[in-house]
Design a protein around this ligand. Structure first.
Ligand code: 5AD
Ligand code: SF4
Length: 445
């Protein structure tokens, strides 16, 4: 590859882990002398960071790769990264012969060597993992996409093996970074002007400091105490490993945000058992009770799957009653979709597609009503927001609250809030997914 071709374009799908991986991949490429371009036409190297969590992810990837193929000319190279890369492996070379690199996330720390191989003309560079990798991908070159709010990976991989989920097969075995290295990154971010950090992992609650110094709750507190950091979030949690000390940390460290995302998946203990979730409805609700007994107004959100194999109407109804009991502020809901390699593939998928769609619709409407009521409770409150962007078309600014709610606000003529600054806003209107209001007083005013 000649030096004028050392340009790359990257496209990313999937979860926050994937987006953050891409930030690290971009940083690594730049440190290797590549420059990023914004269109695939201009790039010598096209990277496609894929997700395989649901639906027909593989087919979508192959369709996109076929589009990329039309761009192929001498010297243009294609790399498939992420969960579909790990899942499909070398089959990708057969189905899409223009691809020269296939790498799952557990191999990204070897990217510099893999890039050298591509540059020297190799056509089949692989970075695949059989759940053996026990090292994490740490780089000083993360190219963060936002100057105020950023991610820090604390744990990679997953050892949970929920019956429906591909992640343990695509992201490898669970491995944590040392608390020292996480804290170093948090301090560097604070020094660089970041005030909002989000600790990331497929299951942050099973964080295990390799140096044995800190539990997850202790790490959370320590990040919250880093000078300059104003907001700390974490995602995603697993109810089985969600311990009370996490809630105690939130209750006592003001920088830890008023938000916990605790995916429940189903309100039926029987379905949960079949999903291998290792907790019952009652145990889940116990964790919710901990959150509700704090002094902090913790906003709770969740993920739910409808139409898991064998889910009866009565079991689905139990999910609806659980939504009523918890009073979530947000729920990501999905129709069950069979995924390669997963244990649930062996179950008979008893719920017809049309019924899954109906249940999803019912659940979404049910939840919308809960949110309509929850969000209305904020009217009249003064809430602190971090300014994320301007919505010039509506003469508003977009703010985010500690509870992770969007609060759009107007400002007096001539006032220009800075992106990343914090302000207090009086809430005047509420919708099921956002709030609106007006600037109350600048912070500390
Ligand atoms: N089918 C439907 N939803 C799924 N999720 C994970 N795997 C599947 C699947 N096979 C959902 C879960 C998880 C979220 C990230 O995606 O709710 O929490
Ligand atoms: Fe998609 Fe899961 Fe992989 Fe994230 S970990 S990219 S959600 S398959």
């Amino acid at each position: 590859m000649s030096s004028d071709q050392k340009t790359f374009y990257i496209e990313t799908f999937g979860c926050q882990m994937n987006f953050h991986d891409s930030e690290k991949v971009v940083g690594t490429l730049v440190s290797q002398g590549y420059s990023q371009v914004q269109s695939e036409q201009d790039a010598g190297l096209i990277l496609y960071n894929t997700c395989s969590i649901r639906d027909k992810a593989e087919q979508k990837v192959f369709l996109r790769l076929a589009e990329f193929r039309k761009l192929q000319k001498q010297g243009k190279r294609f790399a498939v990264l992420g969960c579909v890369a790990q899942q499909e492996g070398e089959k990708i070379f057969e189905k899409a012969p223009h691809v020269s690199m296939v790498a799952g996330s557990a191999s990204y720390r070897n990217l510099p060597e893999m890039l050298t191989q591509i540059e020297s003309g190799s056509h089949r560079v692989t970075g695949l993992d059989d759940r053996r990798t026990d090292q994490t991908f740490e780089t000083e070159f993360t190219a963060r996409g936002n100057a105020h709010r950023g991610y820090i990976t604390i744990i990679e991989g997953c050892d949970k093996f929920c019956a429906y989920c591909v992640v343990p097969y695509t992201r490898g075995k669970e491995r944590s970074r040392t608390a020292e290295s996480v804290l170093r990154e948090a301090r560097q971010m604070a020094d660089a002007g970041f005030t909002d950090v989000q600790l990331l992992g497929q299951n942050v609650n099973s964080y295990k400091d390799p140096s044995g110094k800190m539990s997850f709750a202790e790490l959370l507190r320590a990040v919250g105490e880093v000078e300059g950091i104003k907001r700390v979030r974490f995602t995603t949690s697993h109810p089985r490993d969600f311990t009370r000390d996490i809630i105690e940390a939130i209750d006592s460290v003001p920088t830890l945000c008023d938000h916990v995302h605790l995916p429940v998946q189903s309100g039926s203990s029987k379905v949960l058992r079949e999903m291998f979730r290792e907790y019952s409805r009652e145990q889940y609700l116990e964790r919710i009770a901990w959150m509700k007994s704090t002094r902090r107004p913790i906003s709770i959100t969740s993920d739910v799957i409808v139409g898991f194999p064998g889910e009866t109407e009565a079991e689905f109804q139990q999910t609806l009653t659980l939504l009523d009991e918890v009073q979530y502020d947000g729920v990501f809901s999905f129709k069950y979709s069979p995924r390669p390699n997963t244990p649930a593939l062996k179950y008979i998928d008893t719920v017809p597609e049309a019924e899954k769609s109906r249940r999803l619709q019912v659940l979404m409407e049910h939840q919308r009503e809960i949110q309509r009521i929850n969000y209305r409770k904020h009217i009249g409150q003064i809430i602190e927001v971090m300014v994320e962007a301007e919505n010039a078309a509506r003469a508003q600014w977009i703010g985010r609250t500690s509870q992770n709610k969007t609060l759009n606000f107007s400002v007096p003529a001539g006032v220009q809030p800075e992106i990343g600054s914090y302000h207090h806003v009086l809430v005047t209107q509420a919708f099921p997914n956002s709030l609106a209001g007006e600037l109350s007083a600048p912070l500390n005013a």
